[in-house]
Write a protein that binds this ligand. Sequence first.
Ligand code: ADP
Ligand code: MG
Length: 706
Amino acid sequence: MTGVTSITFLKGVGSKKASILGEVGIVTIDDLFDYFPRRYLDRRAMKSIASLASGETVTVVGKVLKTQVEGNSPGRARFKAWLGDATGVLELTWFTGARYFSRSIVQGEALAVHGKVGYFGHKAQMQHPDFDRLSLTPLEMRDGESSDFELYDTGRIIPLYPTSEAMKQVGLNSRQLRTIIGRGFEVCLPGKQENLTPSLLSSYGLLPLSEAYREIHFPSSHEALAKARYRMKWTEFFYAQLLFALRHSEMRRNKAAVKFTHSGQATEKLYASLPFDLTDAQKNAVREIYRDLRSGSPMNRLLQGDVGSGKTIVAMFAMALAVDNGLQSVFMAPTEILAVQHYLGMKRFFQPLGLKVGLLTGKQTKKERQAVLASLSSGEFNIALGTHALIEDGVSYARLGLVIIDEQHRFGVLQRKALQEKAINPHVLLMTATPIPRTLAMGVFGDLDVSVIRQMPLGRKPVTTSIRDEKEREKIHDFLRTQVGEGRQGYIVYPLVEESEKMDLKAAVESFQELSTVVFPDLRLGLIHGQMTPDLKEQVMEQFRQGEIQLLVGTTVIEVGVDVPNATVMVIEHAERFGLAQLHQLRGRVGRGEHRSTCFLLHAKLTADARERLDAMESTSDGFLISEIDARIRGAGNILGKEQSGTLSGLRIADLNRDFDIMLSARDAAFRVVEEDGQLRRDDHAMIRSWYLNHYHDRFTLADIG
Ligand code: ADP
Ligand code: MG
């Protein structure tokens, strides 16, 4: 049997269990090996019942002394169990699922429970704890031990697995998973193929793969477990970074891009026409970009800069250099609104220089579209702005040399690729206003060069941020009224999340109605949300830009990039429901002009995490700092958004945040391997090559080792 064999070949895995395991991605025995424990029951981390303090989250091990269902009406029943150890008794309560728990937790068995401790008088309690049954599997028993020995008296480390409700229902708890994994080991582990070369193993001091698997699932000691986890994390990073290394080398090896050697009228005139001085950070970014554009290899650069840091003008200098070298540029924005805004803004700069700027979006009439397409393919347009309509089939360019993608995190990798296919090896500049901590940037954009603008244009006044309970809403409305009286404008934003989209939208629309008829009947309000047609949205935005709308009420569609300097108040309703990155983006909509701006974070009841987010907003306006805090609160993977999760999906055990040093080591190794052997052709790399093709290649279509 090999690791690709279905798990149904294992004793104890019938079709029912197999289908439930299939839901969490376990189909083959290899998948089973890769189902890593969520934590380990470690004697050193356990606490005795007598020592528990109220409010702490702990793991306690004991025997179930007694169980009881209380309350007889079916919907009201709750289940209680009392867990005892040598020092005391802990009361466990389940308010829902009483029937289920009363069957799954039985008197006399050993349990590890994990949860938050509360006290009721002198009685220690836990509500809805996570729990695991503790008897040993045959593989774990040492000589002379029985399956339900006094576990908490030994130094043993027991793996606990993530188990869904459905898994628990069919008895797939941690113990049974260990049993099944043990059976899988018996048949498949000896033949398990190694995926790192002997030289990597010895240079980086790594455990062999099969040993690492054994220690991960059946640890023999803390030291061995730590080594096994290190080895697994290192491998995950190695293969993720191998992709970057391959792309990077491919880019250098056989792709020549047009050299933008000529510096002429367009760049000079653009510089002369600027109504402000560039910041040092902007100048530096322009320099780095120009170096790439003149190098002869395609640029592949990410420009990171906080909202309002002035990335657009940097991009415009790149476009001007393209013009000076007889090439077209494309600037792609994630939404219609932003594309139009950029179009209007850039036309103001470029038209006086005698350049032709075109706009291509999805909403144009057929005739308009035909005209734009003709001007793109004839080369009449020097610069094209638009949405992803720019990369659809049927759009061709006379001499496309530079591709700029704004708010890059909104685009998937494939779109990026489609755009690149419109030209031979164009230079690509990605821009993002979602600052990513350095640690993450290297893990996710490891094949890109990165420029950072960490400085705001001179004279920008920081936005005052206030956290307010929603009870104070009236005062905030008064403030809005005063500001509008002084000629300013404002935003009121409501949350909209995917899971409760309909209700959220309804709430926002209803609030708008109340605001415009009851609270501000004398002011001009506008509504904007994602369900409106692009036309209507654009119309509303234009009215807001023109000042015809004084207060813009909406959902998060106004989040990214919208630039109305006269807007000075941002009111965020239910701020506790927004993520930190989103709050920061929203706040960036104000403070863009000469007037002082304020951001109110209105909130209902706060969880600890929400409190931390709002406090972070109040304490800093540095987007990079905010993103580091965000990564800490939410974990690395979550701050990157869906599009990038593909790059991270190879990481099961490694965490970009916590395991940065391991990542650096693996990255170093991966780049070395590719430097020596650009297409992994060498015999001693055959194992790496085949592992890469089998396990990673489909995820990473861009790197071709054919
Ligand atoms: P973002 O980085 O969010 O895309 P923008 O490029 O839209 O920022 O710039 C925000 C605003 O700041 C624009 O109105 C732009 O004209 C202005 N701006 C850019 N650079 C400077 C500068 N060096 N000095 C003053 N204002 C600037
Ligand atoms: Mg921008």
